[in-house]
Design a protein around this ligand. Structure first.
Ligand code: URA
Length: 210
């Protein structure tokens, strides 16, 4: 497989993901778990963020300490299920900017069709983190990152909860330069484009629309 994939196999992430997979898990629990897992994924994904030296005064002395510039981070949510990942990540970096990409899956071809795109200005100074719970066919992720690259952000990472070999291969065929961070690589895709065993439709489970 081309491209970089980081499987976040921390036991807390794995346990919470297992709860999310259960079909008996309620909408409210699913939503809370997704926010918790996203925070933990974010902790891992943001580990190489650049920090700047800033001079401060402690109660004892003046010193120079490392600090993040949160405004340089743009979380780009693939609508609609990406919204579930935003909550947890924004807890970690409340000053991050947020972009949205609206794509729907054509039910016949499974191709991604764009209907909305809005990101902050001056993307060239910013590190973009694209979020979507499921990397299934890869069509949405590929289209979102292709579109985002037109704005030339300083860097791009892709974060999902569950991926599969087909989605990872498609993603890295188009974007070998974009690392993927995921909590799981599942077995395969079914004929309808669902990840097996997966967790079902992440948007429906998050918003209770089924
Ligand atoms: N989107 C989902 O929400 N779930 C899948 O299994 C595949 C795509």
């Amino acid at each position: 497989m081309n491209g970089q994939v980081n499987v976040v196999d921390h036991p807390l992430v794995q346990h919470k993901l297992s709860l999310m997979r259960m079909k008996s898990t309620s909408t409210s629990s699913f939503r809370a778990l997704l926010a918790e897992v996203s925070l933990l994924l974010g902790y891992e994904v943001l580990r190489d963020l650049p920090v700047q030296p800033v001079t401060i005064d402690t109660p004892i002395a003046r010193t120079t300490v490392p600090m993040l510039d949160g405004k340089k981070i743009v979380l780009v949510s693939i609508m609609r299920a990406g919204a579930g990942i935003l909550d947890g990540m924004l807890q970690l970096v409340p000053s991050a900017r947020v972009g949205h990409v609206g794509l729907y899956r054509d039910p016949h071809t499974l191709a991604a069709v764009e209907y909305y795109f809005k990101v902050p200005k001056q993307m060239g100074d910013r590190d973009a983190i694209v979020v979507d719970p499921m990397l299934a066919t890869g069509n949405s992720a590929v289209a979102a990152v292709t579109r985002l690259k037109e704005t030339a952000p300083r860097s791009i990472k892709f974060v999902c909860l569950v991926s599969c070999p087909e989605g990872l291969a498609a993603f890295h065929r188009h974007h070998p330069d974009v690392p993927v961070h995921t909590a799981a690589i599942d077995s395969h895709l079914d004929a309808h484009g669902y990840i097996v065993p997966g967790l079902g439709d992440a948007g429906d489970r998050l918003f209770g629309t089924k």
